[in-house]
Design a protein around this ligand. Structure first.
Ligand SMILES: NC(=O)c1ccc[n+]([C@@H]2O[C@H](COP(=O)([O-])OP(=O)(O)OC[C@H]3O[C@@H](n4cnc5c(N)ncnc54)[C@H](OP(=O)(O)O)[C@@H]3O)[C@@H](O)[C@H]2O)c1
Length: 326
């Protein structure tokens, strides 16, 4: 059921469609599949679409316009300005570029994609305020802002969202930043909700996960070619969780996506659960996730099953361990 997003007057679906995959983030992608995926997501009842200038250098925003431009008034669109563009003039220019890509004269929710401590945050927020006053954006917020960065952002006034990595394989945000967001009434939009497909019920073992996606802090840098961090990971705890999830699919009759997304939807700090798809069929599968509500006993079992991994991974909220957050 759609609900008001935090303190805004945006009425949004609980599932947010994530547009990054359409720009080829997960490998070769046919444009017609991306367009169909977007239209089918809308057809099943999703009205909230998340994109960014960084996804394919504007291509993801253009695809959204191409697929659903005629439905603009029914959509809530969030987009993000890249971290290298956080100087005030650059934010204004980036927003104009995104508006052109989107074929729209406003963006509903506009975020700083990652913190950039080379630019005073007050200056970046000043530019967001100006865009809001000028009617170019309706609300603004941040993404990937950890415990200390969100303190700074909140001290500067109104922040309507913090978009963060959050899912059963990565609960780091619970340790510090989530309670702060919740106390301030700032909803979390969670990303990688399906752990880039690991929670889509396709993999029995972590070892089967594509090397190009096995880059998060859970994976041991000594074993995986595309990891850029220097951590030993927590693969034993990760495999233990994956095994427990498979067992729960048998015990409950629910799919892994239903367990993963149902658990996120039940977290009170979460205002939107972002899911990305690659084609029309995967988008049609989102329909069953819109209304999923898990029993308390299932929720508790999922939390318990992922506690060890959460403890082993600790509080660093940069899922890829690149040191960009604090
Ligand atoms: N703010 C940020 O810094 C940030 C960072 C990352 C992502 N995001 C946002 O979050 C969105 C989604 O996160 P994500 O891109 O990391 O991925 P995700 O939603 O965790 O996983 C997407 C993958 O799940 C698989 N999948 C989805 N539905 C499926 C189905 N019905 N059946 C089988 N497989 C299915 C697909 O895998 P296959 O490709 O194998 O088919 C798809 O590529 C992005 O599009 C973006 O909007 C934001």
């Amino acid at each position: 059921m759609n609900a008001t997003f935090g303190k805004t007057d945006l009425v949004t679906s609980p599932i947010v469609y994530g547009c990054m995959g359409g720009a080829g983030a997960f490998g070769a992608q046919e444009e017609k599949d991306s367009i169909e995926a977007l239209r089918e997501a809308f057809n099943v009842g999703i009205n909230f679409f998340d994109t960014a200038e960084a996804y394919g250098a504007g291509y993801s925003e253009q695809l959204l316009s191409q697929a659903l431009g005629d439905k603009r008034s029914e959509l809530v669109i969030s987009s993000k300005v890249a971290r290298e563009n956080l100087a005030p003039d650059d934010i204004i220019t980036a927003c104009e570029r995104s508006l052109k890509n989107l074929g729209s004269d406003y963006i509903d929710l506009y975020m700083l994609h990652w913190p950039n401590r080379d630019v005073p945050l007050a200056d970046s927020i000043g530019a967001l305020k100006k865009l809001k006053e000028d009617g170019k954006i309706r609300y603004y917020g941040v993404s990937n802002f950890g415990s200390l960065d969100i303190d700074d952002a909140l001290a500067l006034g109104e922040i309507s969202v913090n978009q963060l990595p959050y899912h059963l394989f990565f609960r780091a945000i619970e340790l510090e930043v989530l309670p702060k967001c919740e106390a301030a009434g700032v909803p979390i939009m969670c990303y990688s909700s399906l752990m880039q497909g690991l929670l889509a019920g396709k993999y029995k073992s972590l070892q089967d996960f594509p090397v190009s996606r096995a880059r998060t802090r859970m994976f041991d840098y000594r074993k995986w070619a595309e990891v850029t961090h220097k951590e030993e990971g927590a693969e034993e705890a990760g495999q233990e969780l994956l095994d427990a999830l498979w067992k729960m699919t048998e015990d409950t009759g629910l799919s892994m996506e239903e367990l993963a997304i149902g658990w996120l939807k039940a977290q009170s700090a979460v205002g939107g659960v972002i899911v990305g798809t690659r084609n029309g069929q995967q988008s049609r599968d989102l329909k069953k996730l819109l209304d999923i509500k898990l029993d308390e006993s299932v929720l508790n079992a999922l939390t318990a099953a992922s506690d060890r991994l959460k403890t082993e991974l600790g509080a660093d909220i940069d899922m890829w361990g690149k040191g960009r957050t604090r």
